[in-house]
Design a protein around this ligand. Structure first.
Ligand SMILES: NC(=O)c1ccc[n+]([C@@H]2O[C@H](COP(=O)([O-])OP(=O)(O)OC[C@H]3O[C@@H](n4cnc5c(N)ncnc54)[C@H](OP(=O)(O)O)[C@@H]3O)[C@@H](O)[C@H]2O)c1
Length: 348
């Protein structure tokens, strides 16, 4: 199987390459793509050195699979071209996620949606991804009527430049030097909490990240009726998004039953012994594929509401691990080679 990794020099792309190696992904050849700036650079991949290639009409030919993490603009232009050239694309950007003919898939939650792909599968937003892994068992057992979510999101969720921005600002603060002006974020991120993740579209007082969480959660869970309210906050953590999730179930679900349910759920690890200071932490989630859930407790203001604290590695399960899991599922289910109409995007 020939695999293209588009955005291979970035935060998600380099994690994808590492996870393909960890999971012994059955590729016969891996080609890393990035911008013209990186073309010719080499990347270590096990005992091989791979040369970074730029995207051209010729260089994208002959792939079975393309894993994209190079931003929405690159995906919008190049994912349909890879698909038309015969590859199945798994895309990490937001551009195709809500498209009717593009399955939005979380491996543990809705793998059955893959069967309907038309050459492109979308990977959800990182904060949505970890939340739905924790919510699916609750939805199946007790139904979900409403969610109130607040996120505490790490800077690697914005990419490599944001990690450097936090590092440089933090160093300047600690060394009492002049703080470099923010270039990635609208405000200083070091020693701060910024209630704006991504941007505000004209006339909307929710950010694009908050809107994504609302729309994508409903699409993945196949439950348009769920009410969702979100507030997304950027905090000065390198890796690992944390989320306070208030879940209103349809049927009664005790905290004990919820804990038991999640303890046996795929992709979830329950860490919930607050008396001994045990609960999920971003620094513990970083580097892990499991979604950590703790602080499971009754909302004292509502008999059918529970509060959860959900933490995940945004680069791994939030992006790269799920993309590789989806690729594995496409492969073992024979969904890479089957000829199918490439109808997800306008031709051209
Ligand atoms: N970070 C996360 O936690 C996360 C989670 C879920 C989804 N995502 C999504 O994944 C995508 C990548 O995010 P990231 O955090 O990895 O960003 P990043 O660290 O900024 O990396 C961006 C990658 O895209 C490449 N690229 C940029 N312009 C290109 C072009 N014109 N042609 C080909 N390649 C180009 C860059 O190559 P150069 O090195 O040559 O510039 C780099 O490899 C975004 O769509 C993001 O929304 C990110």
């Amino acid at each position: 199987m020939r695999v293209a990794v588009v955005g291979a020099t970035g935060a998600v792309g380099s994690t994808i390459l590492g996870i393909m190696r960890e999971r012994a992904f059955p590729a016969t050849e891996v080609v890393p793509f990035a911008s013209e700036r990186s073309a010719g650079r080499t990347i270590d991949f096990g005992d091989k050195r791979l040369q970074v290639v730029a995207l051209t009409a010729e260089s994208i030919q002959g792939f079975d699979l393309a894993l994209f993490s190079a931003g929405s603009g690159v995906s919008e232009e190049w994912a349909p071209q890879f698909a038309r050239a015969g590859a199945v694309v798994v895309d990490n950007s937001s551009v195709w996620r809500m498209h009717d003919h593009v399955p939005l898939v979380v491996a543990e939650v809705n793998p059955e949606a893959l069967a309907a792909h038309h050459g492109l599968v979308a990977n959800p937003n990182c904060s949505t991804m970890q939340m739905v892994v924790a919510l699916k068992p609750i939805l199946d057992a007790a139904g979900i009527e409403r969610l109130v979510v607040s996120t505490y999101q790490s800077v690697s969720g914005t990419g490599q430049r944001a990690v450097e921005e936090l590092h440089d600002q933090a160093l300047a603060v600690l060394e009492a030097k002049e703080i470099p002006k923010p270039a990635v974020y609208p405000h200083q991120i070091a020693f701060n909490a910024v209630p704006q993740v991504e941007s505000f579209k004209a006339g909307d007082d929710y950010t694009t990240e908050e809107r994504k969480m609302m729309g994508e959660t409903r699409k993945i869970l196949g439950a348009e009726e769920i009410g969702i309210s979100t507030t997304c906050v950027r905090i000065p953590v390198y890796t690992g998004h944390s989320e306070s999730v208030n879940v209103q179930t349809r049927d009664e679900l005790s905290p004990e039953a919820c804990r038991e349910l999640l303890a046996s759920a795929p992709g979830v690890r329950v860490i919930d012994d607050p008396a001994n200071g045990l609960y999920p932490l971003a620094i513990d989630a970083a580097g892990q594929d499991e979604v950590l859930v703790g602080r499971i407790r009754r909302d004292p203001s509502h008999e059918r509401c529970l509060n959860l604290w959900v933490v995940g590695d945004n680069l791994r399960k939030g992006a790269a691990t799920n993309a590789v899991q989806v690729a594995e599922l496409l492969n073992v289910r024979g969904l890479l080679s089957s000829p199918r109409p490439r109808g997800f995007a306008p031709a051209g």
